[in-house]
Design a protein around this ligand. Sequence first.
Ligand code: SAM
Length: 228
Amino acid sequence: MGKLYVVPTPIGNLRDITLRALEVLKEVEYIACEDTRRVKILLNHYDIRNKKLISYYEPREEKQIPRIISVLREKDVALVSDAGTPGISDPGFRLVRTCIREGIEVEVLPGPSAVITALVGSGLPTDRFVFAGFPPKKGKRGFFEELLSCESATFVIYESPKRLVKTLQLIGEVFGDVWVCVARELTKIHEEYIRGDLSEVIEELEKRKNIKGEVVVLFREKKFYTAY
Ligand code: SAM
């Protein structure tokens, strides 16, 4: 019986990979991944060759699981996503759940994830946080209204830069007075944190012609944290 290794990969800077992650990727014969081209860039960078790649991507996760499980009955498999930690707004959880149900050992390596990097760099309290992934394109107001019940937490969401300003405006409508941090292009050349009052952050973003790259949005109601 093999083991499933869940292997986080860099969220930008290719050097953000652990020694253990590299060891596992070198040792396994099979790697389950979202986009085979993306994983090949990483593998080539570390001179890791001759791996058998199995596709595992949304929304076809359920269909791909039996093939991975049949490999796992005999050999180890490493699961990676395009960037960061598999299972965090990326495929992973269904495969992990199936392995647990089937009695296949799962070993998760700690490593990069945009949510934790952004949270720590935001300057917002880290005592309690709620990570809610990507808000849906439709029904966004309801998505935020549901979060209202989780009092006194720092909220963390992933969002497309195209929808960023509108989403921030909606956060203002639902939550009122909030402190905000937009963490952009983490670990990359243009990394930046835009922090402040909601209106200040929106004003700063509106000055820009377009907002590029990847962003994490964090916010906390001021009534739960005044000294920012
Ligand atoms: N599994 C990944 C993780 O552990 O963070 C997340 C994958 S999700 C499909 C991609 C989203 O994560 C992006 O749209 C963005 O919101 C966030 N993200 C990933 N890398 C980032 C980076 N370098 N800087 C800012 N946000 C990032």
